[in-house]
Design a protein. Structure first.
Ligand code: NAD
Length: 557
């Protein structure tokens, strides 16, 4: 009998090994990845079905979770399961090449797309927050953001200090599902981090998984530890128990200005994500349910104070950037008119990669055996020896990154490379070099899959920041190309109404058919990034389209 845990028998854990419980590997993969999102080793608060990013959920409630599991176990190879905001709502006869699951999460008609309406519908049990990879079942733990954060900081270090962060101090907030990657990303770049986190348990979790080096409750001690390490050019990460809206202004008052300041608290969600100044985590939980209106007011006030401190640090010489949690827009609501004086990380550091069709390619070994990931790592290093940063990253990841749940890996790959990697993985499965099929997916934070004017599409050259057709086309393209499951969400990292985005996951089981499907998806999905950026007049994207013969009727025929 299948032992994965369920509403009644938790914890949930994905099945491992080569035995199929479903009628095909695509259904089995969806089942394992859904369970993996809620594995206590992987998700942040699995008892509440919360995977990461504030309240990003894998299923609407435990009853829905059980019904999704049952549906996947019964699903035929020519049927498609429909999931509406974490609830299984239909099973339709489709085609063998169609996706096995189609998911739509958190979408509201634009006129009403805000937290107020969302929370009202959530209370009525009609929707759930899907974040990006939570509700689309391809979260791989904190590693999922680690390489992106590492690359972002490496790019920052190249722009400002010629390559690394040695001797530099970074201040940030949040050690949650994604924010927890910051300490390792900074120390891998040889820098020093002080990360302010209000929840002791989150700090302890990052210490346990070796993402974080040390912890203190004292601001003076944190500054001293950071200063000494920076002087000695020794990498160090310190978790400082406290509230960003209190600690950052205090740092400014003390005259302590770091080299870099950013933030990854869940500022995108003023009710369930950000803890206001002056209240502990426990008090916050009580206030949230006893007086949600007051909670929201207090959280927004604190975000304004927090954002002003970031602006003060920038005015005194720190490099400030927004790390995609919408803190600036929240502060603007509270009258911080110059909140957008510091840039988001995409226009500052990531857009050139998007113009190459690069994005957060990730994969998971369904066998559950970490050796399978080691085999895929080596295969990529052999296939792309010229990608020096990728080789450096994979070598470090092998040594320093603990797996959370099913063994997984992330590495940014561009147009052409993703298709090649997918075919290599399919071949490894066919030849028995890895023990079971491999799941290939990505974050929704990708080059051609998202419309998010305060993040991925901030400051587009042609002013098309809020045009959302691209995200819809991306979802449709992935369905047409034969992905195993496709998801379309509102909200993601920046909150309801601020972003629309799509994701795909594709399974390779070693068959020719899986190879063809994977190649089609992994070619067309990043092609959307080239097309989107070429259309927005980015010269490099136009060049890439020409070099690689991507047909764009009014640019490159
Ligand atoms: P999470 O909810 O798992 O963690 C947020 C953490 O912030 C929690 O540990 C919480 O205790 C802490 N926190 C909340 N308010 C605080 C305060 N005032 N002071 C100190 N600590 C506080 O969320 P996550 O998955 O880590 O994501 C963090 C944010 O980053 C979210 O807004 C998310 O949407 C955004 N995000 C960014 C990217 C990116 O690419 N940059 C990717 C994913 C998510």
């Amino acid at each position: 009998e299948l032992q994965i845990g369920c509403g009644k028998a938790r914890p949930v854990r994905a099945p491992r090994g080569v035995e199929l419980h479903c009628k095909g590997w695509r259904q089995e993969a969806a089942l394992r990845m859904l369970c993996n999102n809620l594995d206590p080793e992987c998700g942040e608060r699995p008892d509440d079905l919360v995977v990461y990013g504030g309240t990003g959920r894998a299923a609407r409630n435990w009853e829905c979770f059980d019904a999704i599991v049952r549906s996947l176990l019964e699903l035929e190879d020519d049927e498609t399961l429909l999931v509406q905001s974490g609830k299984p709502v239909g099973i339709l006869k489709t085609h063998p090449w169609s996706p096995r699951v189609l998911i739509a999460n958190s979408n509201l008609v634009p006129r009403w797309a805000d937290w107020e309406h969302f929370h009202e519908l959530e209370r009525k049990g009609l929707t759930m927050y899907g974040q990006m990879t939570a509700g689309s079942w391809i979260y791989i733990g904190t590693q999922g953001i680690l390489q992106g954060t590492y690359e972002t900081l490496a790019s920052l270090a190249r722009q400002h200090w010629g390559g690394n962060l040695a001797g530099r101090i970074v201040v940030s907030g949040g050690l949650g599902g994604m924010g927890g990657a910051q300490p390792l990303a900074v120390t891998l770049n040889e820098g020093v981090l002080v990360c302010v986190e209000v929840d002791r348990a989150r700090i302890e979790r990052r210490l346990r998984t070796r993402y974080l080096d040390a912890m203190t409750e004292d601001i003076g001690e944190a500054i001293r530890m950071a200063g000494t390490a920076a002087e000695q050019k020794r990498p160090l990460s310190v978790g400082l128990l406290g509230n960003t809206a209190e600690v950052l202004p205090e740092m400014v008052r003390m005259g302590f200005i770091p080299d870099v300041v950013t933030d990854q608290t869940s500022a995108h969600d003023e009710l369930n994500g950000y803890v206001p100044a002056g209240v502990s985590c426990e008090q916050a939980a009580v206030l949230r349910s006893s007086d949600p209106g007051r909670y929201v007011e207090m959280a927004l006030d604190s975000m304004a104070v927090h954002c002003r401190a970031v602006l003060d640090m920038k005015a005194r010489g720190a490099v400030a950037f927004d790390y995609g949690n919408n803190l600036r827009a929240q502060a603007l609501k509270r009258g911080v008119e110059n909140a957008f004086d510091y840039p988001g990380f995409v226009p500052a550091y990531i857009r050139p990669l998007f113009c190459e069709g690069e994005g957060p390619f990730r994969w998971v070994a369904l066998s559950g055996d970490p050796e399978d990931i080691a085999v895929t790592d080596r295969a990529l290093m052999e296939a792309f020896p010229y990608k020096e940063r990728m080789v450096r990253w994979l070598t470090m990841a092998e040594e320093k990154v603990s797996h959370m749940g099913l063994p997984a890996r992330i590495c940014w790959l561009g147009y052409g490379e993703r298709e090649k990697a997918g075919l290599i993985f399919n071949d490894l499965v066919r030849r028995g070099r890895v023990k079971a099929p491999v799941v290939i997916g990505r974050d929704h934070l990708d080059c051609g899959s998202v419309a998010s004017p305060n993040r991925e599409t901030e400051g587009m050259r042609d002013g098309s920041d809020i045009v959302a057709d691209w995200a819809v086309l991306n979802a449709l393209v992935n369905v047409a190309s034969g992905a195993s499951w496709v998801a379309y969400h509102d909200g993601g990292g920046v909150g309801i109404g601020y972003a629309l985005h799509a994701g795909q996951v594709t399974v390779v089981d070693g068959t020719d058919e899986a190879g063809l499907r994977a190649a089609t998806v992994l070619r067309n999905d990043p092609a959307m990034g080239i097309i989107r950026h070429a259309d927005a007049a980015y010269g490099r994207a136009v060049e890439v389209a020409r070099e690689r013969a991507i047909r764009i009727p009014m640019i490159n025929r």
